[in-house]
Ligand binder design. Structure first.
Ligand SMILES: NC(=O)c1ccc[n+]([C@@H]2O[C@H](COP(=O)([O-])OP(=O)(O)OC[C@H]3O[C@@H](n4cnc5c(N)ncnc54)[C@H](OP(=O)(O)O)[C@@H]3O)[C@@H](O)[C@H]2O)c1
Length: 399
């Protein structure tokens, strides 16, 4: 009896000693000094940003930059004559901000700033985009951009585009990063990160399944809304690969795979009835959905596939791919390998639930959050393979 009481007391004392030891351990502070705990070079710094382009993406980014602890909006360049001189806040449907939009790019670029966040027109407007990005760098600014999608992977971009801009980067000592959501984050960093937990990947497919009905930007190059006999610019395989497909060689290079060829698949769907949507009307018999694939062939098979299924309204192309975990409007990655992985991401605007507003906000913010890393990079054109993790410093805060 005495013995069992003793052992009971010993056990309690032993547990208390362990608890005391653990509490002392917790009191010893957090982290450690020295070793690899190098302070972040840019921690706490606020970056001055000029926004160029106030379309669907640019306006949303201005809203975010208004009160962002890490970025300060110091100028806004516009193209449209009626926006010239307008208060930037009012231009974006906000209270006045005391900053005026200007068509005088040189005057705005003369201001002190770290970077230009460039949200100009689609890659179709090559000459304007190159001229604008060049001017920004010549006037001493790094550039983050969503406008020239072929530049998401400069190594795959034609020399006339990437070579020219690379020379400007080297001559000016500036860096330039082009990104977005797709092409961009959803179809490059997300699948590449997921493949990083596999032991073997046999095939990877990345899908954008998105109803464009609420997108106010330009999707004429896709032929949506046009008669079925109209051959849209992106229906041409070379143009599609140029505009959207450079992520394929990026992924192949990241995986160390040798690409044999890249080809494309293009399908379109005619609406049997008229479709009304926020930006127009699609007459019966015209194209209301497109589905394309850009396929990177490795060892005799398409193993890296980028797929888009873009509708105008949910009613279009009822038998084409849909979200699985979410009913509609998703980015999905399907990896066949060890392990097999399926990942679905749904972006939604906080106030309206609109996936296009959310996707375009993410497009612009992916570029903006790259600014500190782009400022710290060596001069030149950059891709996601050159950049560190961009976790959204300063984002976690109350309203
Ligand atoms: N990779 C992706 O995931 C992704 C997603 C969405 C968009 N994007 C790209 O990002 C860019 C912005 O998209 P968005 O939806 O905002 O397009 P948007 O609504 O069509 O706006 C483009 C803006 O470009 C400006 N602009 C037009 N012509 C110009 C010129 N010659 N020089 C300078 N600026 C000119 C205009 O600015 P002002 O109105 O200020 O005059 C216009 O509002 C586009 O290139 C688009 O293709 C990429």
């Amino acid at each position: 009896m005495l013995d069992s009481l003793k052992s009971w007391k010993t056990r309690v004392l032993d547990q208390q000693a362990k608890l005391l030891g653990f509490l002392l351990l917790l009191k010893s502070g957090r982290g450690y000094r020295g070793g690899r705990e190098a302070p972040r070079a840019d921690a706490g710094r606020r970056y001055k940003v000029i926004v160029w382009g106030t379309g669907f993406v640019g306006k949303q980014i201005i809203r975010q930059l208004r009160d962002h602890p890490r970025f300060e909006l110091v100028g806004v360049i516009v193209h449209a004559a009626d926006k010239d001189g307008q208060d930037v806040g009012e231009l974006c449907g906000l209270p006045p901000m005391g900053l005026r939009a200007s068509r005088d790019a040189r005057a705005v670029l003369a201001r002190e700033a770290d970077a230009v966040a460039y949200f100009g027109p689609t890659a179709e407007h090559l000459a304007e985009n190159l001229a604008n990005m060049t001017l920004a760098m010549r006037m001493g600014k790094h550039v983050v951009s969503t406008a020239m999608t072929p530049l998401v992977y400069p190594a795959a971009c034609p020399t006339a585009v990437a070579g020219t801009l690379q020379e400007v980067c080297l001559a000016t000592g500036k860096a330039c990063f082009t990104t977005g959501i797709d092409p961009g984050f959803a179809n490059d960093l997300v699948p590449m990160t997921l493949m990083g937990v596999c032991g073997r990947v046999e095939r990877v497919r990345v899908q954008e399944i998105l109803d464009y009905a609420s997108y106010a930007g330009d999707y004429a190059p896709m032929g949506l809304g046009r008669p079925m006999e109209h051959r849209a610019m992106l229906e041409n395989p070379e143009v599609l690969i140029y505009g959207w497909g450079h992520t394929v060689p990026m992924m192949a290079d990241a995986l160390g795979a040798e690409l044999e060829k890249i080809d494309t698949v293009w399908e379109k769907w005619a609406t049997p009835v008229e479709i009304r949507y926020p930006h127009g009307v699609i007459p019966a018999g015209c194209c209301a959905a497109i589905r394309f694939e850009i396929r990177g062939w490795v060892k005799g098979e398409p193993r890296i596939v980028l797929e888009h299924c873009n509708r105008v309204t949910q009613a279009a192309a009822p038998d084409w791919p849909r979200g699985k975990m979410y009913p509609h409007d998703v980015y999905r990655v399907i990896i066949e390998g060890e392990p097999c992985i399926e990942q679905e991401m749904a972006l939604r605007d906080r106030a309206t639930g609109d996936p296009n507003r959310a996707g375009c906000l993410a497009t612009g913010m992916r570029a903006v959050h790259a600014i500190p890393a782009v400022c710290a990079a060596k001069p030149g054109l950059l891709s996601p393979l050159d950049l560190p993790l961009l976790p959204g410093f300063g984002n976690l805060r109350a309203r």
